[in-house]
Design a protein around this ligand. Sequence first.
Ligand code: HEM
Length: 469
Amino acid sequence: MADDDLGGRVPRWALPQVPRWVSLRNSLKLVADPLGALDAIHARFGATARLYIGGVQPSVLTRDPGLVQHVLQKNHRNYAKSRFNLGFARYIGHGLLTNEGPDWLRQRRLIQPGFHRQRVAGLTGLMQEIVADTLGPLAQDATRLGGAVAVPAHALMTRLTFRIIARSVFSTSFADAELDRLAQLITELQGFYMSTIRQPYLNGWRWLRGQFRYHDARTAELRALLGRYIAQRQAASAAPGAPAPPDDLLQMLLDARYEDTGQPMAPDRVLDEALILLVAGHETSANALTWLLYLLAHHPAEAQAIQHETAEVLGNRAPTFADLPRLGRALHAVQETMRLYPPAWMVARVALADDDYQGLRIPKGTLFSLNLYGLHHDPQHWDAPAEFRPARFAADAPRPLVPFAYAPFGGGPRLCIGLQFALTEMQLVVVELLRVFDVEWPVGQPPVAKQPLITLRPRGDFQVRLRLR
Ligand code: HEM
């Protein structure tokens, strides 16, 4: 494990230092309003500054696109994920997201082809089926209720995206009740892990109360549930005369062979990677889609523009994967939503050895907090950064995008492997939803606050009213 302590080795002249007492005062603000507190630090100290997270953990906070690119891409070999990420492996295993070094690279090379455009294209039909299964009953409810139905946005999008990723990985192996149990276990474990990080001083008490043992048992339950299905799939396809197995992500993991040995992954690794896809593949998309509903409800003209374009391109039919490039407005709305509300709002890295960026000395052990939210809201790179303007992502937008000023999927070799999957999924959901419904904000509902945990979610849920068109 890299030493996270700067030990005062960054020369004072190199970077503005947020004084420890300001850090401490800010740590209270950081809990109440982390994004506001970080914005205030950038406004006062610039794009890059040293500070103490929570008043104790030295870190370099940056929203400088060049420095972010340096860490994630140009000199990525010198930067590892932080302790925080690796500790998560206790509950969700050692898949791509939590893995490091040569072993990560070997796994990434093996799995990458499974996420190529054409593989994702093959999953579009399944995504559409699940979207239709979700929207159909809502349309019936709306008809029964006189034309509109109010839905809890975050709960609806979380259920939808979990079903999409679970069925993309496991096809129809799981019954609905088992899918709900899977989702519940993952949410519970994530929540527990986050609480051990946010309030580490309570860990002794948690241990005494048996909470670690309890959550280790839930981890075992989760792995047993997945392991059973993986074993069943293997047994089914090994049986003589067995029908062709489903063309899903699990099968991709089972069929993959290491280049050097020609061997498949060990069963435990298949499980780790499948679990990571479930974990990484739904909460982020769910949050982006939730915020998109929020924005569409407040910007009906943008929703109408998507509806007009969809009608022009598709008439009355459902979209196919091949139609998606011509449905640019829906994609731009998704991209702009992730600019305003990047689901992975902060990415952390630790320097493995001394480094240098444009004359800035970076000692071994420096913990970087790459503030993607800050990048996306910096007026230096965005006109009217607080405004929802999907057209800024159009090919003919007046202002070109600065590299790494927009990085919702990270960057460099650890760029999100699910990028194409997620964009396709979100674009399809928006197009399908707006083909059936207008999205309205219920009168009198208060504005929604942001809650930046591992992902940037709304604080509590909110409702949108879906009105049949
Ligand atoms: C809106 C949706 C999504 C967003 C914003 C998002 C964002 C990200 C980001 C920022 C990273 C890099 C983290 C880092 O460098 O520390 C990442 C990695 C990853 N994402 Fe996503 N993601 C999304 C959807 C998905 C989906 C749908 C899947 C799976 C189907 C997925 C699977 C992964 C995996 C496995 C990694 C680790 C990759 C590696 O390190 O090799 N993500 N994601």
